[in-house]
Design a protein around this ligand. Structure first.
Ligand SMILES: Nc1ncnc2c1ncn2[C@@H]1O[C@H](COP(=O)(O)OP(=O)(O)OP(=O)(O)O)[C@@H](O)[C@H]1O
Length: 260
C-alpha cells in the first residue's frame, strides 16, 4: 500500500525527561496527501511527539527522516526548510501587528527558503491559493479582519491566523496542535472543514492532534493513539474505536459515538 519515500518517518522515537519517558519508542510514517489524527489522554505524549517530529524537541533516541533525509538532532528551522509547518497549543501570532502583516511574515519566510526544498519546485507553480496574503486570508476566512491587530481578533480567529501563517511558508506538511481547543461546536466543525479543504485542495499532508476526539475521528482517515508515551493503535477511525486497548485508555466509550 505504501510506496516510495515517506514524507516523514519516525523510527522508534523516544523522549525522556529525567526519569519520565514521555514518548516511548514510537514509530510512524506519514505519506504525501494523508490526513492523520493523533489522539490520546492527557499526558499521553502527543505534544512531546509533535515537538520531536518538528525538531522542537531533540529525541533521546530514535531517528527522524523527512523526505528521506535524516534530520535527527537538527533544529526546527531545518524541519521547516524541509517543508514542515506547525501550529502551537497557544497560538503564536504577532499581537501588535495587523493580521495581514502576520501572513506577510510567513510569506517572507517562504521566500528565504532554499528553492530546492520547495514542494512545487518553482515559485511560478505555488498553488494559486497560497500566492499572496490576500488569497491566504480568503482561504482562512479572515479577509474582513486583515487590518486589525492580531491581538484584537477572537481566539478562534487567532487560531485560523496561525494556520494562515503556517500556510504562508508553503509547507508540504502541516502539523496542527489542538487547533479546536476553546472553540464552540460550530467553530470546531468549521475548522475541521477548513482542514479537509487544505488537504483536498492544496494536497497538503496534515497531522492533527486534538482533544475533541469525536470531531477528529469524523474527519481523519487514519489515527494514531498514544497512551503513556506508547503508540497503542495506528489505524482507521472505525478500527480504532473498536480497539479494546484504546477504549480502555479512554476509560469509556464516549468516543465511539458518531463513528460507526
Ligand atoms: N519539558 C518537559 N519537562 C518534563 N516533563 C515534561 C515536559 N514536557 C512534557 N512533560 C511530561 O511528559 C508527559 C507527556 O506530556 P505531553 O504534553 O507530551 O502530553 P500530551 O499528550 O500532549 O498531553 P495534553 O493532552 O495534556 O496536552 C507528561 O507527563 C508531561 O508532564
Amino acid at each position: 500500500m505504501h510506496e516510495g519515500t515517506p514524507l516523514l518517518l519516525a523510527e522508534s522515537v523516544t523522549v525522556r525527561f529525567g526519569g519520565l519517558v514521555a514518548v516511548d519508542a514510537v514509530s510512524a510514517r506519514f505519506d504525501a496527501g494523508e490526513l492523520v489524527g493523533i489522539i490520546g489522554p492527557n499526558g499521553a505524549g502527543k505534544t512531546t511527539f509533535f515537538n520531536a517530529i518538528t525538531g522542537v524537541q531533540v529525541p533521546t533516541s530514535g531517528r527522524l527522516l523527512v523526505s528521506g533525509d535524516d534530520l535527527t538532532g537538527k533544529g526546527p528551522h531545518r524541519f521547516a526548510a524541509h517543508g514542515l509547518a506547525r501550529t502551537f497549543q497557544t497560538p503564536r501570532v504577532f499581537a501588535d501587528l495587523p493580521v495581514r502583516d502576520n501572513i506577510e511574515f510567513g510569506l517572507k519566510f517562504a521566500g528565504r527558503r532554499p528553492r530546492k526544498y520547495w514542494l512545487w519546485g518553482e515559485e511560478a507553480t505555488v498553488p494559486w491559493t497560497l500566492r499572496d496574503a490576500t488569497r491566504i486570508l480568503q482561504l482562512i476566512g479572515l479577509s474582513d479582519q486583515a487590518a486589525l491587530p492580531a491581538g484584537a481578533v477572537t481566539p478562534s480567529q487567532q487560531r485560523l491566523l496561525e494556520i494562515g501563517m503556517a500556510l504562508a511558508t508553503r509547507p508540504k506538511m502541516l502539523l496542527l496542535d489542538e487547533v479546536a481547543a476553546g472553540l464552540t461546536e460550530s467553530e470546531i466543525e468549521e475548522m475541521a472543514r477548513l482542514i479537509r479543504r487544505l488537504r483536498d485542495e492544496l494536497d497538503l499532508t496534515v497531522v492533527w492532534i486534538e482533544h475533541a476526539v469525536t470531531v477528529l475521528l469524523r474527519h481523519v482517515e487514519r489515527v494514531l493513539v498514544l497512551h503513556q508515551g506508547r503508540k497503542i493503535a495506528d489505524a482507521t477511525p472505525r478500527e480504532v474505536v473498536r480497539n479494546p486497548e484504546v477504549v480502555e485508555a479512554y476509560l469509556g466509550d464516549e468516543m465511539v459515538e458518531g463513528v460507526s
